[in-house]
Ligand binder design. Structure first.
Ligand SMILES: Nc1ncnc2c1ncn2[C@@H]1O[C@H](COP(=O)(O)OP(=O)(O)OP(=O)(O)O)[C@@H](O)[C@H]1O
Length: 479
């Protein structure tokens, strides 16, 4: 298919098209050759309201500059088309990302929600309501690292917190029920859509997925309570957030301030550039206090810094930078542990500050990495053997808990999956599947052991009341 001509730009390919636009990948002729996305809209096919939407989008994108909002670089028009030149997002959109992965682990879901929440916080500070939040409008950048950006402000409008509007806007599957039922709504409609997006991330499809609009409208009209799929496990914080977002009655729904402060998001410690700067300031202060022999204050400063550093380590995708940061953070942990043991006897402050040290250790101790490719291969080979698939899935869940620092549950899950896998391995005849299974069992035993050791270090804490079931019955040797 031939591509149209756009003055000053070389078009590379068509990326996609929506209800009133086509989007192309392009670069500016004679310029830096930076790739951009150009949204082109045929003026002859546009209704009055579509033109209004475009004007809104242009006006908003021009002033809304934020790390998690797709940047508008330019806009212009000719006889037939209006063009918006935007930064190009090389990772597709969130909808395609979820489809490829089927569903997202909680830690990835948290990362995307944090970034979405940062964008929404910024939008709220400008009294802007997006009105059409859905995975297709959340674009992803792969480079330099996986980043989410809110795009498509075609339906957005200025709405102060409790100002009401009456027109129908948005996509039905993600649309807050009050828009459809009462035709009256305020900015909280965006929070409902966030809840639906979160549901789709965690469980692979939107809760009201239907084969026709009629069916969808029925489900919304019935105000059918949204149930989380059975046999799926999410942490209590995650469950609390999703159920608070998905309240049909907007006055029962979580408020923006509560959303931004929610413990699942832990936005305060999100891995942002600002938080990196904060962590560095805190750690410098810790070193200074340490030098001045103010051990207690130094310890607290190390812990505060580590709370910012851990999401930064987890989030870093460049292997070299990750390793450098990991080593640096490891030193701070060691020093914090030493300081803690010096004054542990007098230590009475039982706040969650003390959790930081083992939490960070866990994330860093996980050097032996979970090889997703061989895990997948093993899963595809395991279908013929009863119980193997289920056991592997439990192991994957354990991985997820481990990466989130939920060691107690991770250990329980490692224990259950090994209980099933070790006997299966004993019976497995030699061959490729046995090799893969052997490798997987070995890795999970190691991870189970280090999780166990890590839980042991929690006894360093003055409270020392951790109840843990250990992996003792799995100290078996592998043949
Ligand atoms: N800045 C961008 N970088 C990369 N891809 C983009 C960019 N903007 C849009 N796209 C892609 O182009 C496609 C069309 O986008 P567009 O905003 O026109 O429509 P839509 O959001 O899919 O549909 P609708 O406007 O009907 O809601 C989408 O699939 C999106 O993934």
């Amino acid at each position: 298919m031939s591509l149209p001509t756009i003055k000053d730009y070389s078009l590379l390919e068509k990326i996609g098209s929506g209800s009133y636009a086509t989007v192309y990948k392009a670069f500016k002729k004679g310029g830096s050759k930076d790739v951009v996305a150009i949204k082109s809209m045929d003026k002859s096919t546009l209704s009055k309201s579509a033109i209004e939407n475009i004007i809104t989008e242009i006006r908003l994108l021009k002033i809304l500059k934020h790390e998690h909002i797709v940047e508008m670089k330019d806009f212009f028009w000719d006889d037939r088309y209006i063009y918006i030149v935007m930064e190009y997002c090389d990772g597709g959109d969130l909808s395609k990302f979820i489809k490829r992965k089927h569903r997202l682990p909680e830690n990835i879901c948290r990362k995307f929600l944090q970034q979405l929440a940062l964008a929404l916080k910024f939008l709220r500070s400008h009294n802007v309501c997006h009105m059409d939040l859905k995975p297709q409008n959340l674009l992803l950048m792969n480079t330099p690292k996986l980043t989410l950006k809110v795009g498509d402000f075609g339906f957005a409008q200025y709405l102060a917190n409790y100002e009401h509007k009456f027109a129908m806007r948005g996509s039905p599957l993600y649309m807050a029920p009050e828009i459809l039922l009462d035709h009256k709504y305020d900015a909280r409609v965006d929070l409902w859509s966030v809840g639906i997006i979160m549901y789709e991330c965690l469980f692979g499809k939107a809760p009201y997925s239907s084969s026709s609009f009629q069916e969808l409208a029925e489900k919304i009209k019935d105000r059918r309570p949204i149930e989380l799929p059975k046999n799926s496990y999410i942490t209590p914080e995650c469950k609390d957030l999703i159920t608070s977002l998905l309240k049909h009655n907007p006055s029962e729904r979580i408020t923006f301030d509560e959303f931004f402060a929610h413990e699942f998001l832990d936005l305060v410690h999100a891995p942002t550039k600002d938080n990196y700067d904060k962590a560095v300031v805190l750690v410098h202060k810790a070193v200074q206090l340490d030098r001045e022999k103010n051990q207690k204050e130094a310890f607290h400063h190390y812990c505060d810094a580590l709370r910012y550093f851990i999401p930064l380590v987890t989030n870093e995708t460049d292997p070299q930078r990750k390793e450098a940061l990991r080593l640096r953070v490891n030193d701070y942990i060691k020093r914090a542990e030493e300081l803690k043991s010096v004054y542990a006897d007098d230590y009475v402050d039982n706040t969650d500050k003390t959790k930081t040290v083992p939490e960070v250790q866990g994330a860093l101790a996980k050097k032996e990495s979970f090889d997703r490719n061989s895990y997948r291969k093993l899963c595809s080979l395991s279908k013929s053997t009863a119980g193997m698939c289920d056991a592997l899935e439990i192991g994957e869940i354990a991985e997820q808990y481990l990466s989130e620092g939920n060691y107690e549950v991770a250990l329980e899950k490692f224990k259950s999956c090994l209980e099933m896998l070790v006997p299966l391995l004993a019976k497995e005849p030699p061959g490729h599947r046995r090799d893969l299974l052997h490798k997987q069992v070995q890795l999970w035993m190691k991870e189970g052991e280090s999780t166990k050791a890590l839980l042991g270090t929690k006894n360093l804490e003055p409270t020392g009341t951790q109840t843990t079931s250990y992996l003792t019955d799995h100290q078996c040797t592998l043949q």
